[in-house]
Ligand binder design. Sequence first.
Ligand code: ZN
Ligand code: ZN
Length: 358
Amino acid sequence: MEFIALDVNVGDSFVLREGDNNFVIDGGKNKNTIAKKLLKNNIVDIDVAICSHYDNDHLNGIIGMINSNKINIKELWLPDIFGDIAFTLSRNPEFAFELLKRDRLSIQSEKELTLENYLENQETIEQNDMNGQVNIFDISVLEYLWDKLNRLSSCPLFEFNADNIKYIVNIQKIISLVIHATYSGSHIRWLKYKGTLTKKRISRYYDLFALNSYEKNLQVYVKDIFYHALYVLSKINKESLVFQFEKTGLPNVLFTADSDLGFCGKQYIQLNNNSVVTAPHHGSSANSCVYQIVQGNNLIYVRSDQVTNKRPCKEYISLPVKYCTVCNTDNHKQQVTLEYDQNKQLWVSVNTTYCSCQ
Ligand SMILES: [Zn+2]
Ligand SMILES: [Zn+2]
């Protein structure tokens, strides 16, 4: 088993290779270099590629992998909100154009900002009863919309307010992702965030368990919810999808993404000895409670992303065993590679220096 934190510079991109399986969780911020980094590690075929949430520093590289035509992705696991937005637009493309006429989106209160809260209280929504994921979107409608929005947003006659432009950009990004993913032939699974700790195996072929989500079919949003979804899209850090690798006789690998593990409530996440944990939210002080929630002996933390005044936080710095792609003591950037020696039952680092953060 091998764990890799790619040197994506900004954001997270983690690889787990176990047996014949390659898993990639997030793609970092740079769309154009991710395929090269994967190929350098001899990764051409990915069994499961996951995007934990919408932010650029996790999503862009996923788009880069799909668009590269050099990487084959068997299954793509994405937040359901991407699919719901695209599905809604393929039924109601006019929602996108109406957005350009709106002053600004009217949103309830800050409290209701998560989509989870919002949807819970709405009588929504046209359920989709299709079980297969094949041809679920009307791709020709999405392509028409893509083309039209591109032309509109570059037309000097229109003066859009900055908010509306931002939402249009979000729409374009999601449409482009869905169009390319559909053409790539990857099997897409849509995962819905759940605010409680559940351990769900998403595919029986893979030893990756979702801790705060489950697979669902797509739905068409009514108009107001569609706008709300667009609004919350880039504010749902805490609804990052969290996954745990678990297989008998092996340590776990916990992919925390940008979650604060708030979904655990008062529960702990108990890991096997020698498990690897990705530093939550790139080691930010805003997520420092995570180091208490995750329990286990001889845990190894791995942190990706840059150094800022909040990252890495003192809780991260005081951990006994950890590796960074970039430490706060110098600007040296590295790929973190850890190989698990099953006989000795320990991880061996390969061309990787120990974290020197102070
Ligand atoms: Zn992030
Ligand atoms: Zn460090």
